[in-house]
Design a protein around this ligand. Structure first.
Ligand code: SF4
Length: 196
């Protein structure tokens, strides 16, 4: 299985703080399977460098940014919009997926770039969220490539079952992100309404 993967989930120190954001055992387990070939990419590192301010989508999700209906804003007190580099590198990530004929994308949810189910709406300190993908997530989804995030345990386990590796996988609560209490309390029960 050929898998496009967020650089940080592959262990690259490309997060906003120069780390890989810690361990996600099930995602790492999937990437370590011998029948998985991973293609890692970090759109924000390429767009803004590392370390960096956190880029957030303002008033929408990644589809809105790609359509010109929303912008990307630096998470600082200055009203600084930084949309163009994000769109450029989101498209570059999607081009990599096409070039390498990936079957699946494994991407870091809630990121304004790599998110698949939820993104911040505006500055993180406001703790407001939008449903839908980040900008790179949207560009990959537009190609029809399925995305699973590090928070989607039920779907990750299904993928591992197809790879013949579920029995040895680490186990958590068995739920996908949109099935958990936080998501349902924030957005309502959208079971089966995942934007992909
Ligand atoms: S979530 Fe995406 S953009 Fe953010 S550090 Fe990871 S790979 Fe880079």
């Amino acid at each position: 299985m050929r898998v496009l993967v967020s650089g940080c989930l592959a262990g690259l120190p490309c997060g906003v703080d120069g780390t890989s954001y810690g361990e996600y055992p099930l995602a790492r387990f999937l990437l370590s399977r011998p029948n998985v070939k991973a293609f890692a990419f970090c759109p924000e590192d390429r767009a803004y460098g590392t370390p960096r301010f956190t880029p957030n989508i303002s008033r929408g999700n990644g589809f809105d940014v790609l359509a010109g209906r929303a912008r990307v804003q630096a998470d600082t007190d200055a009203e600084e919009y930084i949309t163009e580099p994000m769109v450029r590198e989101a498209r570059a990530m999607a081009e990599l997926a096409t070039r390498e004929h990936v079957h699946l994308a494994l991407m870091m949810d809630i990121s304004g770039a790599c998110g698949s189910t939820v993104v911040y709406n505006g500055r993180r300190k406001n703790k407001e969220f939008s449903t839908g993908p980040g900008v790179a997530g949207a560009a990959v989804m537009e190609l029809g490539i399925p995305i699973v995030s590090q928070r989607d345990e039920r779907t990750l386990r299904m993928v591992l079952r197809k790879l013949g590796a579920e029995a040895d996988a680490p186990f958590g609560d068995g739920l996908d992100h949109h099935e958990r209490e936080w998501y349902i309390a924030t957005f309502g029960a959208h079971s089966g309404d995942r934007p992909q």
